[in-house]
Design a binder for this molecule. Structure first.
Ligand code: SF4
Length: 476
């Protein structure tokens, strides 16, 4: 469906309207050429109140609200709310997150929780943002849980967390849009890459210690960090130990991802390196799907490596699942959840497939609206909570199936501090390595080059920019 919108010229609001359209359907767009609906937006401003009327052929929607100090914000959500109601009438569909299309709805709840009680926040979520009552409850519960675990998250602003990117994988999964190169890449080898990454780690570590900024958590992700050889992995963990790790670090995660990237040697190295949390990600327990999405391992590989990791004394293991992989049905999702529970990891993260640009599946013709996704959410939520895994962080993605959310569930005491701080943007996250992103509390973002060669040539410029950005936040 194409919508021609007249009566509003502010590009920021038009962009928000486009995002809302995409949440209804990836193909809906705004255009003045050959449209299906002419949408007229009329705004009437009284002393302290704005009234918005939106009209399409034969359908009208209107909304009003008091203006606060942030006039633009109020106006934007008034228009979005009004447009949402109109889209509900036109499409017959409702979105459980209403007009919220951003990836961090819990961040909004943290903001309101500073001023309002749970019931008031619940009412605001439903009235202003048109979030369903169930999702409002979920968001508030997660934020309360985070506050119990971390206290006031603004307290973490004077510390940083470190993300280290290893952009190599054993094969490229068809749903993946991360920066990922073959582990035997020829133009820039793993060795070339690590030499530069080690310089970055060393430089950043020395800088942070010279200005006495503590590191809260370290997260080594990718790609697949354990796609490195055991010698390379050992060298990486040694550099981290020397320049970043200290008693103050609350959590040290190494994403192992694919079971075929691990062996006895690497598990021993990981255990010795004082890594406190690892992730082994089955994604699904359906053999045929693993092959279909180009993951070159089997279900028994997952189970074998999981038990081996236990034997090496790794006591905090996360497992990721993806709901909505091609060809899977509700029975498959349920089986994957049950099979993961049988393994009994400390935390389980349930993702819903997002058709991301850059992934092979981006243009695949998937039925993204199946009611099965909601049933899968309910099944996962009920099964995991009855087995004492509590939801502790949540984020959403563009073009996510069922318009749902990704949720991290964990047993008490195993909630990942990095995941919570990163999603809530509670502190500076310093990304090191090719394709890593550094995000700062003043909303600065520095994206390191995704291209390996460009990264090698320009890493020092990016390091300088990151250090400048850290200084800017310190001055506040
Ligand atoms: S292993 Fe992970 S990072 Fe690598 S291609 Fe698959 S999903 Fe992407």
């Amino acid at each position: 469906m194409i919508f021609n919108i007249v009566g509003i010229n502010d590009q920021r609001i038009l962009t928000a309207l486009q995002r809302l359209l995409n949440a209804f359907n990836k193909s809906y767009k705004i255009s003045a050429l050959q449209y299906d609906y002419l949408i007229t937006i009329i705004m009437i401003e009284y002393e302290k109140e704005i009234k918005v009327i939106i009209k399409a052929q034969g359908v009208t929607s209107e909304n009003r609200d008091i203006i606060t100090n942030d006039r633009f914000y109020d106006l934007k959500y008034l228009v979005l709310g009004c447009f949402y109601q109109l889209l509900v009438k036109v499409t017959g569909k409702r979105l459980s997150y209403g007009v919220l299309t951003g990836i961090r709805p819990t961040k909004l709840v943290h903001k309101y929780k500073k001023r309002y009680n749970d019931h008031e926040v619940w009412t605001i979520l439903q009235k202003k943002y048109l979030v369903s009552s169930d999702k409002a409850n979920l968001l508030i519960n997660i934020v309360n849980h985070q506050s119990d675990l971390l206290g006031d998250i603004s307290e973490y602003q004077n510390e940083v967390s470190i993300y280290i990117n290893i952009p190599f994988c054993l094969s490229k999964c068809s749903y993946c849009s991360f920066t990922s190169y073959p582990y035997d890449n020829k133009s820039v080898t793993r060795n070339d890459y690590l030499n530069t990454l080690f310089k970055e780690i060393k430089y950043m570590g020395k800088y942070l210690s010279s200005v006495k900024i503590p590191i809260t958590t370290i997260y080594v992700g990718g790609g697949t960090p354990t796609a490195l050889s055991s010698i390379e992995l050992k060298a990486l963990l040694k550099i981290i130990d020397r320049y970043l790790l200290s008693d103050k670090v609350k959590e040290y995660t190494l994403e192992c991802g694919r079971p075929d990237s691990l062996d006895d040697d690497k598990l021993e190295i990981i255990k010795r390196a004082k890594v406190s949390r690892i992730s082994i990600n089955p994604q699904t327990f359906k053999e045929a799907t693993l092959q279909k999405v180009n993951r070159k391992h089997t279900i028994s590989d997952i189970e074998n490596i999981y038990f081996k990791a236990r034997n090496y004394g790794l006591t905090n293991i996360n497992m990721d699942l993806i709901i909505g992989l091609p060809g899977e049905q509700l029975t498959d999702f349920k089986h994957s959840i049950d099979a993961t529970l049988l393994l009994n990891p400390e935390s389980i993260t349930i993702h819903y497939l997002a058709q991301k640009r850059g992934a092979q599946l981006y243009n695949a013709d998937l039925d993204t609206e199946k009611s099965e996704y909601v049933a899968a959410f309910n099944y996962a939520y009920n099964r995991l909570t009855e087995c004492n895994y509590n939801p502790y962080y949540l984020y959403r993605q563009k073009y996510i199936v069922g318009n749902l959310e990704n949720i991290g569930y964990a047993r008490k005491g195993y909630e990942s501090v990095y995941n919570m701080l990163m999603i809530e943007e509670a502190q500076n996250i310093i990304g090191l390595g090719c394709g890593s992103s550094s995000k700062f509390i003043n909303y600065d973002i520095i994206l390191s080059p995704k291209n390996l060669l460009t990264y090698l040539e320009s890493y020092q410029d990016y390091l300088n920019k990151k250090i400048k950005a850290i200084r800017n936040t310190l001055r506040k």
